[in-house]
Design a protein around this ligand. Sequence first.
Ligand code: GAR
Length: 197
Amino acid sequence: MLNILVCVSGGGTNLQAIIDRINDGTIRNAKIVRVISNNKDAYALERAKNAGIDGICVSPKDYENRDKFNEAFLAKVKEAKPDLIVLAGFLVVIPKIMIDEYAGKIINIHPSLIPSFCGTGYYGLKVHEAALERGVKVTGATVHFVDEGTDTGPIILQKAVYIEKGDTPKVLQQRVMEEAEWQILPKAIDMIANGEL
Ligand code: GAR
C-alpha cells in the first residue's frame, strides 16, 4: 500500500479527484495518510475532513521566518511517513532539504504542457491567462517529478486540451482540470503505486 501525503493551497479539486479515484478503485493500492495546507481557509481541508482524512494547516504566517516554517513543514511531512508526496495546487516552494530527503518521491500537477507556460510566476489562473494571451491553440496539463527547479523535473504524464473560441482564463482553467488534470494526476499515482512507471 502506497502512503500518500497531499499538499494543497486552495480549492482542492485535484485532491478530490484523487480521493474519488481511490474510492472507486481506479487508483489501486494507495491511501492518503495526510493532507497539508499552507492556508487554513483552503476548501481542500474541508474536502479532507469530509473524506475522514487527517488534514492540517502549516502556514508560513505562523513562523518568524522561512527557515522555521520549512522546519515545521518538514516535521509534519515526516510524521505522516509518506511513500509519495503529491503537490496538488500547492503554491509553496518546497525546501531543498525536503527535495533531497524525498528525491524521486514528490510529484506535481501543472496546468500547462511543460515546457510552455511554466516556471516562476506561472501558477493557477496566470498560466491560462498567458496561454490565451500567446494565442496557442492547444494547452493541457503535466504531471512531473519535483526537483530543485520550478517545474523542471522529469515528466510523467501529459494531456492536451484544445483552446476554444471565446475561452476566458476561468473557462479554460475548468476545461484543463476536467479533461486533463483530474485524469492524469490519479493515473500517475496509480502507476507509481503499482510499479508501472
Ligand atoms: C490546479 O489547476 C493546479 O494545476 C494548479 O493550481 C490549481 C489548483 O486547483 N497548480 C499550479 O499552478 C502549480 N504551479 P485545485 O486546488 O482545485 O486542485
